[in-house]
Design a protein around this ligand. Sequence first.
Ligand code: FAM
Length: 435
Amino acid sequence: MGIIKERFKLKADAANAEIKDLLKEHGNKKIGEVTLAQIYQGMRGITGLVSETSLLDAQEGIRFRGYSIPELQKSLPTAIPNGEPLPEGLFYLMLIGELPTEEDVHHVTNVWQRRSHVPTHVFKAIDALPISTHPMTMFVVGVMALQTESDFAREYAKGISKKDYWNPTYDDVMDLIARLPRIAAYIYRRKYKNNEHIQPDGLLDWAGNLAHMMGFEDESFKELMRLYMTIHADHEGGNVSAHATHLVGSALSDPYLSYAAGMNGLAGPLHGLANQEVIKWIFEMQKELGTDNPSKEQIEDYVKKTIAAGKVVPGYGHAVLRKTDPRFTAQMEFGKKHMPDDKLVNTVWKIYETVPPILQSLGKIKNPWPNVDAHSGALLVHYGLVEYEFYTVLFAVSRALGVLANLCWDRALGFPIERPKSVTTSAVKRWLKGE
Ligand code: FAM
């Protein structure tokens, strides 16, 4: 057994015993109440899931196993001195629950390099789609084609004990994460770069290799990818992509099927697709105003126009967060360090100064502050990654780290099939009448 797998098993055994005791003693305690409004309004605020990898605080933002993004930027191993964290380290932290050493991180990099081979039929499945297909559709088709490789599906068909589900799940998770950069880069080069592909570099880390295979050799772009892959990885368990992956996995669908389900959710404009929507919205604003350097007054008018047209301002608002997303702030700091004079990046900062008071004045929005998607596109455009329809694929590669570490835990903790109760409005009316 590999060393990380062994450590995971030890941690999972300990957690299983702890949870068993916890439930024995406190299993009947109430953790919350549910109002009628909540079941009609997206179950917002209902505590109904366990997700070990990260926890979202409405004011502070995300913490991965207790560590905030600035703390991780200080404590996770990096590829270059004082560089951005290596996402391999974050995956280790989410999976094992402890900060990794440099050696642990190198080990993860090596394991993923060894497991990164993508079979030819996956590329053929992607090639069968028209070139106009959205990159997220190509991506999910690629992941589904890769499902032929699932150890979990094979072992389950043979007849595996419940106690061992975690084992092939773990192997599928490591294989799948290892292969995603190749699939993502293949889609990028096929759709936007004349189908001219770049072979992986066996000496590079996971995110650095993604940048390389996409055709970006600038070291600061590689750093951006390391930061990007770290900050987009997980946002506790109830967001659409994490929840969908977990839900589908609860039916014992293998990690390929479960992750693909989650990524179909990430492809929605209110979730991960918001990153392409932000840049599209800024480009449209620039076109309409006839300038690539709009003033705050011009931005204000454009925002009001967007709202008056019954549309949302992409990149702003959040179902749980109530402050500026620390993932936005981390990207802002990257921008200040690497491209302080970039016009588009400066426009994003001007939008940040303009939008919150306008949204606040509407009186109905719970969070007028920017989320992760408000910033990411402008940094990518700076390096020439202008094809914004591709952005959600990058988000998807990163999100694999969180949702798949979680899937390992779901199977190791023996979570059952998920099946909340639903009601009809007639049933609600009968209940209100006391019938
Ligand atoms: N622009 C204009 N109106 C907005 C808004 C925005 N950015 N965000 C929320 N509202 C409206 C919302 O449509 C709702 O209006 P109605 O009552 O008329 O339907 C009202 O404000 C209350 O919404 P809320 O309770 O504050 O937000 P929700 O929890 O329902 O929704 C979001 C949260 C993120 C879906 C919502 O803020 C939104 O649509 N934002 C823009 C899209 C976006 O950036 N999504 C990315 C989220 C990101 F973190 C991610 O998943 N990657």
